[in-house]
Write a protein that binds this ligand. Structure first.
Ligand code: ADP
Ligand code: ADP
Length: 224
């Protein structure tokens, strides 16, 4: 396979970021997580950050035009020539259409849409206990995957925080936004033959090896 163009889909808390960290190590691909990009913009107080902040805090979706702009400017960088991993984008049919067109125009195509799914009660438990490092967004869980020292990132020693939108009321809102606006994308990618499903309620190592096996099969098929 000459390129590996992947998107990660699934409800908030399903484990997209956790798996992305592993896939980035496996394949040495650039990783674009729109949530991380927005949180950085909010922390820096950029124009994008100012516009996004109230929307992200409410658990709603930032307008398509803004998000499409954020992703498109990253596509044409040399680091994304051999592929990319998108996490959290697309989240609406409008964003998926824009991605499709952008890839088309560049003579590229999506390798797969990886759907990591998990039941609502499990994602609520995960989001409530999630902690991230302020510097690079490395992900932990207070029970499932605690850091060696409480409140400190194992990887870069920075402080761990709870995201503002990982509070109970906002979690509920984000799940309903996911059901209404993002779930329709599952059929959208399925109809295009790009969807691959993974049981996100399994332990992280298992989910990871399932994804690896699926990508290996796709690579073999591409060579036939
Ligand atoms: P997403 O990017 O889909 O929102 P994360 O990767 O940030 O999800 O994971 C959400 C929370 O669940 C984190 O606290 C993470 O440590 C934990 N987690 C991720 N994958 C699993 C898993 N397979 N089993 C149990 N907990 C997990
Ligand atoms: P999670 O990992 O829990 O699924 P993200 O970190 O991907 O959440 O996103 C956090 C928030 O950033 C979303 O709730 C939304 O407000 C905003 N956001 C991220 N990506 C997009 C997108 N593609 N379109 C619109 N809003 C987005």
């Amino acid at each position: 396979m000459s390129e590996l163009n992947l998107i990660l889909m699934g409800p908030p808390g399903a484990g997209k970021g956790t798996q992305a960290e592993r896939l980035v190590d496996d394949f040495d691909l650039p990783y674009y997580a729109t949530g991380d990009i927005l949180r950085a913009a909010i922390a820096e107080g950029t124009e994008l950050g100012k516009e996004a902040q109230p929307i992200v805090e409410a658990g709603d979706l930032v307008p398509d035009e803004l998000m499409i702009g954020v992703i498109m400017e990253r596509f044409d960088t040399p680091e994304a020539e051999d592929g990319f991993i998108l996490d959290g984008f697309p989240r609406t049919v409008g964003q998926a259409e824009a991605l499709d067109e952008a890839l088309d125009r560049r003579g590229r195509s999506l390798t797969a849409a990886l759907l990591i799914d998990a039941p609502a009660e499990e994602v609520i438990r995960r989001l409530s206990g999630r902690r991230i490092c302020v510097k690079n967004g490395h992900v932990y869980h207070v029970e499932n995957d605690p850091p060696k020292t409480e409140g400190v990132c194992d990887q870069d020693g920075s402080r761990l925080i709870q995201r503002d939108d990982d509070k109970p009321e906002t979690i509920k809102r984000r799940l309903s936004v996911y059901r209404e606006q993002t779930e329709p994308l599952i059929d959208w990618y399925d109809q295009r033959g790009a969807l691959r499903r993974f049981d996100g309620s399994r332990p992280p190592d298992e989910v990871h090896s399932h994804i690896r096996a699926t990508l290996a099969t796709l690579a073999l098929e591409a060579e036939l």
